[in-house]
Design a protein around this ligand. Structure first.
Ligand code: ADP
Ligand code: MG
Length: 388
């Protein structure tokens, strides 16, 4: 993207008020990063107890399509970003009439719809898993099709494995489609994955990109469990994943932080999905990189230059889901043992209610040695009874 110096893109400096759509843990880390830099933050989220809303300067407690709430946001904030990918693209377009919205509605709209996402990736020449678009029950391929076994995924509003069903044949696919109330879906071939990786990057208003080291991810019940950074496996794969992620950002003229998830299948990379926001697999950047992904989000949306994405320690991040909270009372898990490790950084999101599958926090173990970080993280994971 070229830049005309007669008409410079204004830089928004502290103590300006920044707007954040979404009040989850990603928004909370954004608020922390913005505060550290001297900015103020207004969070829009319908939940009165949202993790980010509770620590923001201003919390507008309203729906994401509430016109008066959106007006208040655009009237009081100098730039607006999002942490919640299911924010209505119309709300972003509305805000963009008066204030910079980064990333823009176009990128978010593509990422929040699995069909537009896959079509975009295909047109950009990026490899994706074989899939069919399913709008009606007749679209489901018959038995004998190469696509089975497959995963039926709703096109909109799916996350953390929700809105997905694994199906072996047309009959099971029909049942799953009915269960999803015949919402538009994609039917994706179930692949035998070697492993999964992701790349988080930031792209600034001038088109400069800072790319974090590729992380290697393992999932439990469709939810991210462990991220190891830098990824093990072939360096060529990690490098290629970074190149493909940059290509995605450039094709979208993206401004902000983005996560791109990949499958490694028969030694080849396939793009799984795009997240138009900081990514769970990038949480390791908080403790292991010069500039974390949330500070990059602040920098990109305010027009500042990006910070260094250099990783100074190997890192292993482990998610803490509500499953490890005792069922019978509201007591938190016993953190003491894990906290005896001086290289373990604990992050809890302040969510009041623990539910199975709900992301309550994470920890990251850093070390000069990746193998040692893995060993210690696995020890802490076992101490907390994760995965049992
Ligand atoms: P979400 O939006 O919930 O993250 P994903 O499409 O990324 O949904 O799926 C979640 C996880 O399920 C993936 O990270 C992967 O582990 C597994 N998965 C999804 N699609 C496939 C597939 N086609 N083949 C094999 N595993 C898959
Ligand atoms: Mg995913």
């Amino acid at each position: 993207m070229s830049h005309n110096f007669q008409d410079p893109i204004p830089v928004i400096l502290p103590p300006a008020m920044l707007g954040m759509l979404g009040g989850g843990q990603l928004g909370r880390f954004f608020v922390i990063a913005a505060h550290e830099m001297g900015y103020k933050v207004t969070v829009l989220d319908p939940d009165a107890n949202s993790p980010a809303g509770k620590i923001a300067d201003v919390h507008i407690c309203a729906a994401f399509d509430d016109k008066s709430a959106l007006l208040k946001l655009s009237n009081t904030c100098e730039a607006i970003s999002t942490e919640f990918e299911n924010v209505p693209a119309d709300s972003l377009s509305f805000l963009a009439e008066t204030k910079p919205v980064r990333p823009g509605a176009y990128s978010v709209a593509i990422a929040q719809h699995r069909v537009s996402e896959k079509n975009f990736l295909k047109h950009a020449g990026l490899p994706v898993a074989p899939f069919e678009v399913i709008n009606q029950v007749e679209d489901l391929p018959e038995d004998g099709s190469d696509i089975y076994p497959a995963i039926l995924k709703v096109a909109r509003f799916g996350y953390d494995g929700k809105g997905q069903a694994r199906v072996k044949n047309q009959h099971e696919a029909q049942a799953a489609f009915a269960q999803f109330e015949r919402e538009e879906c994609v039917l994706e071939k179930m692949l035998k994955l070697d492993y999964e990786v992701s790349v988080v990057l930031a792209r600034d208003v001038h088109g400069n990109v800072a790319t974090y080291p590729t992380s290697e991810n393992s999932h439990l019940n469709g939810i991210l469990d462990i991220s190891i950074a830098p990824a093990r496996g072939r360096d060529a794969i990690s490098h290629q994943a970074q190149k493909l992620a940059i290509l995605v950002a450039e094709k979208l003229s993206y401004i902000g932080v983005m996560g791109v998830e990949f499958f490694v299948c028969d030694g080849e990379l396939l793009v799984n999905e795009i997240a138009p926001r900081p990514h769970n697999s990038g949480h390791y950047t908080i403790d292991a990189c010069v500039t974390n992904q949330f500070e990059q989000q602040v920098r990109a949306m305010t027009g500042l230059p990006l910070g260094s994405a250099r990783q100074h320690s190997s890192a292993v991040m482990v998610n803490l889901l509500g499953d490890i909270w005792p069922e019978d009372d509201k007591a938190a898990p016993q953190w003491q043992l894990a906290l005896t490790n001086a290289q373990l950084k604990m992050h809890l999101y302040g969510k009041q209610q623990a539910r199975p599958g709900r992301k309550m926090g994470h920890f990251t173990v850093i070390n000069v040695s990746r193998d040692e970080a893995i060993k210690q993280a696995m020890q802490a994971r076992a101490d907390l009874n994760i995965g049992n």
